[in-house]
Design a protein. Sequence first.
Length: 294
Amino acid sequence: MTDQHRYRITRGGFDVVSVFGSLGASAVPGPVITSVLALHGYSESAARNQVVRLVSRGLLHRSQVGRIAVYRLAEALRPSYGRLAGRVEHTEFSGAFAAVVLSIPEARRSDRDRVLYLARRSGYRPLRPGVLIALTEAVAGFRAEVGADIGVEGRAWLEFCSLVPEDMDQARRWADRAFGIAALRSMIGDAEARVAAALGGSELGLVDYFDLYYAVSGELMSAPVLPADLAPGLDIHTRLGHCMSTLNEYYWAAFGPAVLSRVQALPNADLIEWDPQAPPADRRSPRPSVRRSP
């Protein structure tokens, strides 16, 4: 039961999504996306192809304002988007794990792969073959997605239940087996060291910055939210959240003003919908006061 790579957001898709965060915007017109991605080294056609792929996968929603397409992030991306902003998640262990028991025929391997992907995105991890556990209850959303993807027959292949360990020692063993706590400890230490070394050395270029941002954010978005009593001293989301906050602050100090200036001079900048809770609200204006070529 491994992660299904073909369902992951690609680097190109990630760069499209990063446009929203790098502007502090909730809706962005297509020409603005292609302009920002040009700074990442994308041609106009390559940028458009990435946007089309995300729309086809339901990760971006498109609306039309006259002849201009305007894009918004799908709701499914919101939790990950919050993590990228450095917002820390916390949870407590209830004494039981949410669980799902799978029995999907080998002849339906593609359905099985899709179910495993949806389960992982909902927070489930393999305890043993055919048994997945989660720390947070995500059954309702998971059931709805499975039903929409593979229908009533597919839902019959899944049994939802709760697993209650005998004591905390067993709970920690299950958590370590399913979520790989030892590997997570190593990963968070490496991420902190990479961020400190990169930002403490010579000045980063925009492309190198986003290479680092992509690597660290991928670890943050894939990391489970683990209660402290199951993984004492790990505090993974606080620590990775601090890494992301540090990277975000670096971006707004080193790159943000120039990117905003470029974007606000574009003819379609008035179609951007700014997120009032995202930085840097004090540097943005809803419409550019001067029109000039980017």
